[in-house]
Design a protein around this ligand. Structure first.
Ligand code: FAD
Length: 290
């Protein structure tokens, strides 16, 4: 038997699950395909989302998936590799099979750009962060380095400077595009650890800088490749462009959360998912065809 749904949602993070909760409760046969790895898995704690207390990002993710499953959403563990539409039906190819639906939602998140510095990955979630609005609060009165030199670094640097004790812009060999109080332009050789967390950085000239936290601020990449391959418009960063209902320029193709234009936060992803879920009910229950 073919795997046919009213709605397939690619992505099981806050955006995809929120869309699924509304869709399934609105009577739509709904499936989520998710590869299991979300931005949430890199978030040590989520403190700024309503009701989350000090939940870890991974726990919040698992709760979302279980909530969707309990309400009757078909949760498919696998990676979507390709999607296409004949104008009526969407076909999604995944590592675990092929699935069809009347509507497709892309909620695949975004990738934070990173830099290749020895030790950086080892300390992700242990002092290395990619999001000032998420994590700057944890570094009140502490010493923080911001790696980057462009517009995104400027945004993150000024957000962190408001709360940290001392903030250092580390351009790793680049020329900064803005003025900052403490700037080191030397190339960074490696991240130094202290008690299992970030303790500082060592530069290629052998000098060291003591730090409590390190923010990577070289940009964000939308992960809208699947939507783009079907013809969805994206902005210069690859973020999918939608209307106020979360619909892309391709009829029947919706998008929500970090993969779309705008702030990358759980609250926005949940709101996007809700908007798309309600739009799907109106769309499909109003006569079905695109
Ligand atoms: C270090 C860090 C700390 C953060 N801290 C906070 C915070 O404190 N507060 C806050 O509000 N936000 C925080 N965020 C941001 C927050 O995690 C995101 O805004 C939120 O998770 C976005 O939800 P989403 O559903 O759009 O995407 P994601 O949560 O990234 O989910 C994407 C989903 O798509 C799936 N996927 C992607 N590609 C495929 C594919 N090809 N096939 C199948 N599945 C696929 C993934 O498996 C996942 O299920 C933080 C992010 C980071 C990186």
């Amino acid at each position: 038997m073919e795997n046919i749904y009213d709605v397939i949602i690619i992505g099981g993070g806050p955006a995809g699950v929120s869309a699924a909760l509304y869709a399934v409760r609105g009577g739509l046969a709904t499936a989520i395909i998710h590869s299991g790895s979300s931005a949430l898995h890199r978030a040590e704690r989520i403190e700024n989302y309503y009701g989350s207390g000090a939940l870890s990002g991974a726990d919040l993710y698992d709760r979302g998936i279980e909530q969707a499953r309990a309400l009757g959403v078909a949760v498919i563990d696998g990676q979507a590799t390709f999607a296409q539409t004949d104008g009526e039906v969407f076909t999604v190819s995944a590592t675990v099979g092929e699935y069809k639906a009347k509507r497709l939602v892309v909620a695949t998140g975004a990738a934070r750009k990173t830099v290749d510095i020895a030790g950086l990955k080892d300390y992700e979630g242990k002092g290395v962060s990619y999001c000032a609005v998420c994590d700057a609060f944890f570094y009140r009165k502490k010493r923080v380095g911001v790696i980057g030199a462009g517009e995104f670094a400027e945004h993150e640097y000024s957000a962190i400077k408001n709360v940290a004790g001392a903030t250092f812009l580390l351009t790793d060999g680049e020329t900064p595009s803005f003025t900052a109080d403490n700037v080191a332009t030397d190339r960074i050789a490696r991240v130094i650890g202290r008690d299992g967390r970030v303790g500082g950085v060592a530069f290629e000239d052998g000098t060291e800088l003591e730090l409590d936290g390190l923010f990577v601020a070289v940009g964000v990449l939308g992960s809208g490749a699947i939507a783009k391959s079907i013809g969805a418009f994206t902005d210069v960063n690859g973020a999918i462009i939608t209307d106020e209902k979360g619909m892309t320029n391709v009829a029947g193709l919706y998008a929500a959360g970090d993969c779309t234009v705008g702030v990358k936060q759980v609250g926005k992803a949940v709101a996007d998912g809700m908007t798309v879920g309600i739009a799907l009910i109106n769309d499909l229950k109003r006569g079905g065809k695109k």
